[in-house]
Ligand binder design. Sequence first.
Ligand SMILES: O=C(CO)COP(=O)(O)O
Length: 156
Amino acid sequence: MNYRKVAMEHDKKIALVAHDNKKKDLLEWAKFNRDLLAHHKVYATGTTGELLEKELGFKINKLQSGPLGGDQQIGAKITENKIDFLIFFWDPLEPVPHDPDVKALLRMAMVWNIPTACNRSSADFMISSPLMDGEYDRLVPDYESYRTRKIPQVNS
Ligand SMILES: O=C(CO)COP(=O)(O)O
Protein backbone atom coordinates (compact mmCIF):
# COMPACT_ATOMS: atom_id res chain seq x y z
CA MET A 1 0.00 0.00 0.00
CA ASN A 2 1.28 3.44 -0.87
CA TYR A 3 0.62 6.36 1.41
CA ARG A 4 0.37 10.06 0.86
CA LYS A 5 0.89 12.69 3.50
CA VAL A 6 -1.91 15.00 4.49
CA ALA A 7 -0.64 18.04 6.37
CA MET A 8 -2.70 19.28 9.29
CA GLU A 9 -3.01 23.00 9.91
CA HIS A 10 -2.00 24.47 13.25
CA ASP A 11 -5.65 24.81 14.27
CA LYS A 12 -6.88 21.24 14.16
CA LYS A 13 -10.43 20.31 13.23
CA ILE A 14 -11.80 18.16 16.03
CA ALA A 15 -15.15 16.37 15.99
CA LEU A 16 -16.78 15.68 19.38
CA VAL A 17 -19.69 13.28 19.63
CA ALA A 18 -21.34 11.50 22.56
CA HIS A 19 -24.31 9.23 22.99
CA ASP A 20 -26.83 10.26 25.63
CA ASN A 21 -25.43 8.15 28.49
CA LYS A 22 -21.94 9.44 27.69
CA LYS A 23 -22.72 13.13 27.33
CA LYS A 24 -21.92 13.86 30.98
CA ASP A 25 -18.51 12.21 30.54
CA LEU A 26 -17.75 14.19 27.40
CA LEU A 27 -18.90 17.49 28.93
CA GLU A 28 -16.71 16.96 32.00
CA TRP A 29 -13.77 16.02 29.81
CA ALA A 30 -14.30 19.00 27.50
CA LYS A 31 -14.64 21.40 30.45
CA PHE A 32 -11.38 20.14 31.94
CA ASN A 33 -9.66 20.60 28.55
CA ARG A 34 -11.48 23.80 27.59
CA ASP A 35 -8.37 25.94 27.08
CA LEU A 36 -6.73 23.34 24.85
CA LEU A 37 -9.88 22.84 22.81
CA ALA A 38 -10.41 26.57 22.41
CA HIS A 39 -7.33 26.76 20.11
CA HIS A 40 -8.95 24.44 17.63
CA LYS A 41 -12.00 24.30 15.40
CA VAL A 42 -14.57 22.10 17.10
CA TYR A 43 -17.39 20.27 15.30
CA ALA A 44 -20.11 18.27 17.03
CA THR A 45 -23.37 16.49 16.38
CA GLY A 46 -26.44 18.59 17.23
CA THR A 47 -27.31 17.86 20.84
CA THR A 48 -23.73 17.27 21.92
CA GLY A 49 -22.83 20.59 20.29
CA GLU A 50 -25.60 22.54 22.04
CA LEU A 51 -24.45 21.22 25.43
CA LEU A 52 -20.78 21.86 24.67
CA GLU A 53 -21.41 25.42 23.54
CA LYS A 54 -23.24 26.20 26.79
CA GLU A 55 -20.54 24.53 28.88
CA LEU A 56 -17.48 25.91 27.09
CA GLY A 57 -18.72 29.31 25.98
CA PHE A 58 -17.09 29.29 22.54
CA LYS A 59 -18.41 28.51 19.08
CA ILE A 60 -19.04 24.90 18.24
CA ASN A 61 -19.78 24.03 14.62
CA LYS A 62 -23.00 22.14 15.13
CA LEU A 63 -24.23 19.57 12.64
CA GLN A 64 -27.47 17.56 12.64
CA SER A 65 -28.33 15.48 15.66
CA GLY A 66 -26.84 11.99 15.35
CA PRO A 67 -30.05 10.07 14.61
CA LEU A 68 -30.94 12.71 11.99
CA GLY A 69 -27.69 12.39 10.05
CA GLY A 70 -25.01 14.07 12.17
CA ASP A 71 -22.72 11.02 12.22
CA GLN A 72 -22.98 10.83 8.44
CA GLN A 73 -22.13 14.51 8.09
CA ILE A 74 -18.96 14.01 10.11
CA GLY A 75 -18.11 10.91 8.06
CA ALA A 76 -18.54 12.93 4.86
CA LYS A 77 -16.28 15.67 6.22
CA ILE A 78 -13.63 13.06 6.98
CA THR A 79 -13.61 12.03 3.30
CA GLU A 80 -13.10 15.69 2.36
CA ASN A 81 -10.20 16.14 4.80
CA LYS A 82 -12.29 18.52 6.91
CA ILE A 83 -11.86 16.60 10.20
CA ASP A 84 -8.45 15.80 11.74
CA PHE A 85 -9.49 14.13 15.01
CA LEU A 86 -12.55 12.23 16.16
CA ILE A 87 -13.56 11.95 19.80
CA PHE A 88 -16.62 9.76 19.93
CA PHE A 89 -17.91 8.50 23.28
CA TRP A 90 -20.33 5.88 21.97
CA ASP A 91 -22.42 3.81 24.33
CA PRO A 92 -21.43 0.13 24.50
CA LEU A 93 -24.42 -0.75 26.71
CA GLU A 94 -27.40 0.71 24.89
CA PRO A 95 -28.48 0.29 21.27
CA VAL A 96 -29.24 3.42 19.22
CA PRO A 97 -31.67 3.65 16.28
CA HIS A 98 -28.91 4.88 13.96
CA ASP A 99 -26.40 2.13 14.70
CA PRO A 100 -25.52 1.77 10.96
CA ASP A 101 -24.55 5.46 10.91
CA VAL A 102 -22.38 5.02 14.01
CA LYS A 103 -20.59 2.11 12.37
CA ALA A 104 -20.24 4.06 9.14
CA LEU A 105 -18.63 7.00 10.93
CA LEU A 106 -16.18 4.77 12.78
CA ARG A 107 -15.45 2.99 9.50
CA MET A 108 -14.69 6.26 7.67
CA ALA A 109 -12.35 7.22 10.50
CA MET A 110 -10.45 3.96 9.96
CA VAL A 111 -10.43 4.23 6.15
CA TRP A 112 -8.84 7.68 6.33
CA ASN A 113 -6.52 7.01 9.29
CA ILE A 114 -8.16 9.59 11.54
CA PRO A 115 -6.93 9.56 15.16
CA THR A 116 -10.01 8.34 17.03
CA ALA A 117 -10.67 8.29 20.78
CA CYS A 118 -13.74 6.46 22.04
CA ASN A 119 -13.28 6.86 25.79
CA ARG A 120 -11.94 9.38 28.27
CA SER A 121 -8.52 7.87 28.75
CA SER A 122 -7.86 7.75 25.00
CA ALA A 123 -9.13 11.31 24.69
CA ASP A 124 -6.72 12.36 27.47
CA PHE A 125 -3.78 10.82 25.63
CA MET A 126 -4.87 12.47 22.38
CA ILE A 127 -5.40 16.00 23.69
CA SER A 128 -2.16 15.97 25.69
CA SER A 129 -0.04 14.73 22.79
CA PRO A 130 2.63 17.19 21.62
CA LEU A 131 1.56 16.26 18.08
CA MET A 132 -1.71 18.03 18.77
CA ASP A 133 -0.01 21.37 19.02
CA GLY A 134 2.45 21.30 16.18
CA GLU A 135 2.92 20.20 12.62
CA TYR A 136 1.72 16.72 11.80
CA ASP A 137 1.45 14.93 8.50
CA ARG A 138 -1.17 12.21 8.60
CA LEU A 139 -0.41 9.24 6.36
CA VAL A 140 -3.39 8.25 4.26
CA PRO A 141 -3.44 5.17 2.02
CA ASP A 142 -3.73 6.35 -1.57
CA TYR A 143 -6.20 3.56 -2.42
CA GLU A 144 -5.00 3.71 -6.03
CA SER A 145 -5.06 -0.08 -6.33
CA TYR A 146 -8.62 -0.06 -5.01
CA ARG A 147 -9.73 2.62 -7.45
CA THR A 148 -8.16 0.80 -10.40
CA ARG A 149 -9.26 -2.69 -9.33
CA LYS A 150 -10.59 -5.06 -11.93
CA ILE A 151 -14.34 -5.45 -11.81
CA PRO A 152 -16.25 -8.21 -13.57
CA GLN A 153 -17.12 -7.33 -17.18
CA VAL A 154 -20.66 -6.04 -17.52
CA ASN A 155 -22.25 -7.59 -20.64
CA SER A 156 -24.64 -5.45 -22.62
O1 LIG B 1 -26.23 10.08 18.34
C1 LIG B 1 -25.15 10.65 18.33
C2 LIG B 1 -23.97 10.02 17.70
O2 LIG B 1 -24.21 8.75 17.15
C3 LIG B 1 -25.00 11.99 18.92
O3 LIG B 1 -26.02 12.82 18.49
P1 LIG B 1 -26.43 14.07 19.36
O4 LIG B 1 -25.18 14.82 19.68
O5 LIG B 1 -27.35 14.88 18.51
O6 LIG B 1 -27.10 13.53 20.59
